[in-house]
Write a protein that binds this ligand. Structure first.
Ligand code: PGA
Length: 259
C-alpha cells in the first residue's frame, strides 16, 4: 500500500482528483470505478471545475459505480444514480450509456448483480477504482463480516451505516435496508485503487485497514492484498497510524518521491 498523508482535507481530495485526471490523460477511454458519499463531493467538484476550465477531458470514460440502494428508482433524489448524474456525469458530458450502476428492485437483484459482473468484464476490467471507507471499515457496502472473496451481490446495511446515510433522507423517508454492491473480490480485481479518507471520525477504520490484521471485521483491510492501492489521507484520518514515521520517510507531506 502507498500511504499518502496530506496536510488537510482539501489537499487530500485534490490529490485524488489528480490521480483521476492523470489516469484519463494516459488513457482517455479509461474504465473508472466510482464511489458516492460526502468524501467524494469535493473530488467531483474539483474534476468538474478542471474540465470546465479546459484542464482535462473526462467525457470518454466508461464508469461503474460501487453500489446502489435496492428499490430506489434512478430518478429518486437519494439514489446514487441521481447523485452521480447531478455531480459528475451531466457536468462532464458523460452520457448515460457510458455509465453503470447496479440499479435493481427486490425482484431482480440476483440477475442485476450477475449482469454487473459480466459488464465489468466485458468492458475489460476497471483501470482505476475510487473508494471511500465507512466508520466501520466498509468499502462499497461490504459491511463487516462480508466475505473477502465476495462478488457483486445484495447486502443488508448495518444500522450504523443507515444512520450515517440518514442525513441525505427526509425525516418522513424510509432509509433503504438493502443495497447491491461490488464485492470485495470484485474490488480486488481492479487494476488500481485510490481510497480517500478525511477527518478523525475515520481514523480508527483507517488504522485497522492499513495496520490491522486482514480480517472481515474490517473489510477495507482486504486492500492489503491489492496489487496497487494508494491510500490518501488528511492529518486527522491518519492520526491513529502507528507507523507514521515510515510513511513520512517514504512520502514526506504526501509527495510521491522515492523509488
Ligand atoms: P462518506 O462515506 O464519504 O459519506 O463518509 C464513505 C463510505 O461510507 O464508504
Amino acid at each position: 500500500m502507498k500511504i499518502l498523508i496530506l496536510p488537510d482535507a482539501q489537499s487530500a481530495s485534490r490529490r485524488v482528483a489528480d490521480a483521476i485526471t492523470a489516469q484519463v490523460a494516459k488513457k482517455p477511454d479509461s474504465v473508472l470505478g466510482l464511489a458516492t458519499g460526502g468524501t467524494m463531493e469535493p473530488v467531483y467538484t474539483d474534476l468538474v471545475r478542471r474540465a470546465q476550465s479546459g484542464g482535462c477531458d473526462i467525457s470518454r470514460v466508461t464508469t461503474f459505480n460501487l453500489d446502489e440502494y435496492v428499490g430506489l428508482a434512478p430518478g429518486h433524489p437519494q439514489s446514487y444514480r441521481h447523485f452521480m448524474t447531478e455531480r459528475l456525469f451531466a457536468p462532464l458530458g458523460i452520457r448515460d450509456e457510458q455509465t453503470h450502476l447496479p440499479t435493481a428492485d427486490a425482484g431482480n437483484c440476483d440477475q442485476v448483480a450477475k449482469d454487473y459482473e459480466r459488464a465489468i468484464n466485458e468492458a475489460g476490467g476497471i483501470d482505476l477504482q475510487l473508494l471511500g471507507i465507512g466508520h466501520n471499515g466498509h468499502i462499497g457496502f461490504n459491511e463487516p463480516t462480508s466475505s473477502l472473496a465476495s462478488r457483486t451481490r445484495v447486502k443488508t446495511l448495518t444500522e450504523r451505516t443507515r444512520e450515517a446515510n440518514s442525513r441525505y433522507f427526509r425525516e418522513d423517508e424510509e432509509i433503504p435496508r438493502f443495497a447491491i454492491t461490488m464485492g470485495i473480490g470484485t474490488i480486488l480485481d481492479t487494476a488500481e485503487v485510490c481510497l480517500l479518507a478525511v477527518g478523525d471520525a475515520k481514523a480508527a477504520a483507517v488504522a485497522a485497514m492499513v495496520e490491522g490484521p486482514v480480517s472481515a471485521r474490517c473489510p477495507a483491510s482486504a486492500l492489503q492484498f491489492h496489487r496497487k492501492a494508494t491510500i490518501v489521507l488528511d492529518e486527522a484520518a491518519a492520526s491513529r497510524l502507528e507507523l507514521r514515521d515510515y510513511y513520512d520517510t517514504v512520502h514526506p507531506g504526501g509527495a510521491e518521491t522515492g523509488l
